[in-house]
Write a protein that binds this ligand. Structure first.
Ligand code: ADP
Ligand code: MG
Length: 701
């Protein structure tokens, strides 16, 4: 850990090649070129790239680096890197070199990354392309250059590239919208994200003793402990020394990487915690979130802990999510989602809000897809996380504003230059009134939307590129309509009224966990995709392909490939979990329960030997032995059943049929096996059970 005399402001960003470093080491013109690439998205000239590369290399070497890597985010969901030394042979020795070409483009072998059929096997090469808007940084004495990753034919194989493209789309559409309101100077609109990251910390020894945690990141067996989270005593509770030391070191590591880690606290479940950074531009937030997850895992190990990022490490205990706070800001400093004190007069805000409501309603399945994973299936809809039906919470104050507009109050055109919506008596807008409902998938929280469906292990890129694309698409359509209008103000009012009327069904301000809501969803006809597989099936619907193509974010082929990759990923995950269960049940649980039964039966015979026919004396041992024998037989049957279901799923057919079979056949067989094994756990002495139980794992750090 850092010397306590060094204050965070002194080392914040010390491992980052950021604007401050560049201002110091780049010629002014090159520096300006990089900054205009960042703020305005203009391409960086080749000569400038050479200068930047050289400066980056000198800086990295001065900090002890020997290697560089193009750091990218393939569809595996984790980051990838291929390290190259700066060395170039020269004469009998070497020189340290790094060119603009090497900075801008890398050529890793793409063949072992998922491509969903995009890349022909004879053309295994892919290339990585520098994202100059995200700072290069140092990790493990290696200069890491954030990059996108494509097939050689140009198709996208990663999570960053569509996000960058969607940010362009948002900017294009939003600048156009702002021009309609007379803003001639704004040049760029950025999307911002603050992701709140939940995680569990457990002792390394408990982790090492459980094959399921090691292989799948979650417990596949485990009876409920006597104490769960019913006392509400962990939330915001005191941190133990070990956890506090971990958090302190994690903060320091993140700060060195220029990541604005800000809030750290205990979460609802025992052993669960949360970290929230200060929000920043989406693609940087996505990079930072990947680094945060990586550093959480690494730092935990240094403290003899393991960080679990799985969405549901412990059944019956709240799982972990990631709240994605999303907003839009202009390069002249406005937040388009800030309603101000009088939202009813804030037309830019209202139009922005309407674009979001309409987009979410029309493209809800895409937002559901963005939060779909095998891990998140264990959590969504379970009254601890939002339901699987998408709706939007806006709060009562904003609801009143929208209701007033919809009720057809038209504007008084000339003279006053303001909309008269007949709501003059409305009290001033209370921002805090928007942050009460924690059950909504997507909630307006004062000056941003908080999307709460993401799983803790997810990359945030998918949600953000989907949300950005939807938004850009709706705003583009609004602009098409308004730019044609003879009378802008009337047209704007008509558009708002119509949009609110047609999309009010997506708004729900009540309790999203209640049964009443599920009935109401059906009545409203809102789509419900209870699991990942059902959600992913929707990905390549023609209207979805159309908006991704129109906004230049993904092509039809890229969407098909993503659908395939995600379905395969689902099948593989369930398959590994199922096989792990089989292994644990056969090799660990069965032998233990068999030998404990023998122990009980031995006790029964010994008692019979001693006490003759007085059978009552062995009543407990016999009853236990009988119960355990029955459950053991049931476990054995469950093993055979699960084995058969896995093999049926593996031979089900194409990617869709396979994923469907895993969902329909294997997942329920896993649940049946678990119920039986957990019933056995309760009956077997703790010191004989083959792995640590929940209370040992959750209450010992
Ligand atoms: P809560 O737990 O009440 O949701 P937190 O303070 O834990 O609140 O997290 C709020 C997150 O929202 C932080 O990451 C914060 O930086 C982010 N945030 C705040 N304002 C904005 C904004 N305008 N755009 C995007 N994210 C924001
Ligand atoms: Mg939150």
């Amino acid at each position: 850990m850092m010397d306590s005399k060094v204050t965070p402001d002194e080392y914040f960003g010390s491992n980052v090649f950021n604007a401050r470093v560049m201002a110091n080491c780049l010629p002014h013109k090159v520096y300006e070129a990089v900054m205009s690439t960042r703020t305005l998205g203009t391409p960086l000239p080749k000569e400038a790239a050479d200068v930047v590369a050289n400066a980056m290399k000198d800086w990295a070497i001065s900090k002890g680096c020997t290697h560089y890597t193009h750091w990218f985010q393939p569809m595996t969901g984790v980051t990838a890197e291929k390290h190259d030394a700066f060395l170039t042979p020269r004469g009998s020795g070497v020189i340290l070199e790094f060119s603009g070409k090497e900075l801008i483009k890398g050529e890793p072998d793409a063949s072992s990354f998922p491509s969903g059929g995009l890349r022909a096997t004879f053309e295994a090469r892919g290339y990585t392309a520098w994202d100059p808007t995200s700072d290069a940084f140092i990790k493990d004495r290696t200069l890491c250059i954030p990059t996108g990753f494509c097939a050689y034919t140009g198709e996208v194989l990663d999570k960053k590239t569509p996000l960058l493209r969607s940010m362009e789309a948002v900017s294009r559409a939003s600048v156009r919208m702002l021009r309609l309101f007379g803003n001639q100077t704004v040049q760029r609109v950025m999307t911002n994200v603050g992701p709140e990251q939940e995680y569990f910390l457990i002792d390394k020894a408990s982790y090492d003793a459980r094959e399921d945690l090691i292989l799948t990141g979650r417990t596949l067996f485990g009876a409920m402990p006597p104490k769960g989270e019913e006392m509400d005593d962990h939330y915001f509770g005191n941190l133990t020394q070990r956890v506090s030391d971990f958090m302190r070191e994690l903060d320091e590591e993140l700060w060195k990487l220029g990541i604005y880690a800000k809030t750290e606290h205990n979460e609802v479940a025992p052993a669960q915690h949360e970290l929230a950074p200060v929000y920043t531009t989406s693609n940087i937030a996505a990079d930072h979130n990947q680094l945060t997850m990586e550093l959480m895992k690494k730092t935990a190990l240094k403290h003899g802990l393991v960080c679990l990022l799985h969405e549901k490490p412990f059944a019956g205990i709240s799982g972990s999510g990631k709240h994605n706070n999303w907003s839009l800001s202009t390069d002249d400093g406005q937040n388009l989602l800030d309603p101000g004190d009088t939202p009813q007069e804030n037309m830019i805000f209202l139009l922005t809000l309407c674009a979001i409501l309409k987009g979410v309603k029309e493209y809800a399945p895409l937002l559901r897809i963005a939060s779909a994973s095998a891990g998140n299936d264990c959590r969504l809809g379970g009254n601890e996380a939002p339901p699987t039906v998408i709706s939007v919470f806006i709060g009562d104050d904003l609801q009143r504003v929208l209701d007033a507009i919809e009720q057809g109050k038209t504007l008084i055109g000339s003279g006053k230059e303001r909309f008269n919506l007949g709501v003059d008596a409305m009290p001033q807008f209370r921002k805090d009134a928007t942050d009460r409902n924690r059950t909504s998938p997507m909630a307006f929280t004062g000056n941003k939307f908080e999307f709460r469906m993401l799983g803790s292990a997810d990359s945030i890129s998918c949600f953000n590129f989907v949300m950005n694309t939807i938004f850009a698409s709706e705003v583009t359509a609004f602009c098409d309509e308004l730019e044609q209008a003879a009378d802008f103000k009337t047209a704007l009012n008509d558009l708002l009224v119509r949009t609110i009327r047609e999309n009010r069904d997506i708004i729900f301000n009540g309790n999203g966990y209640g049964d009443a809501w599920f009935a109401e969803c059906k009545r409203r006809g809102l789509p419900n995709y209870p699991s990942t597989v059902e959600a992913l099936m929707q990905y390549d619907r023609p209207e979805f392909v159309q908006i991704f193509e129109a906004q230049k974010v993904l092509t039809g082929a890229e969407i098909t490939s993503r659908k395939e990759i995600l379905l395969e990923n689902y099948s593989k995950t369930v398959c590994i979990e199922a096989k792990t269960m089989l292994d644990m049940a056969r090799k660990k649980i069965l032998p233990v329960v068999i030998s404990y039964t023998k122990e009980l039966l031995d006790a029964v015979s010994r008692k019979h030997e001693m006490f003759g026919d007085l059978r009552m004396n062995a009543r407990v041992e016999e009853a236990l032995a009988e119960k355990i024998s029955d459950l053991t037989a049931a476990l054995y049957d469950a093993i055979e059943d699960l084995r058969e279901q896995i093999s049926a799923a593996a031979n089900a057919g194409d990617a869709i049929e396979t994923a469907q079979a895993y969902r329909r056949l294997v997942v329920p067989a896993m649940e049946r096996m678990r119920t039986t094994a957990d019933a056995l756990e309760v009956l077997v002495p703790q010191d004989q059970w083959p792995f640590p139980c929940y209370s040992e794992i959750l209450y010992n750090i």
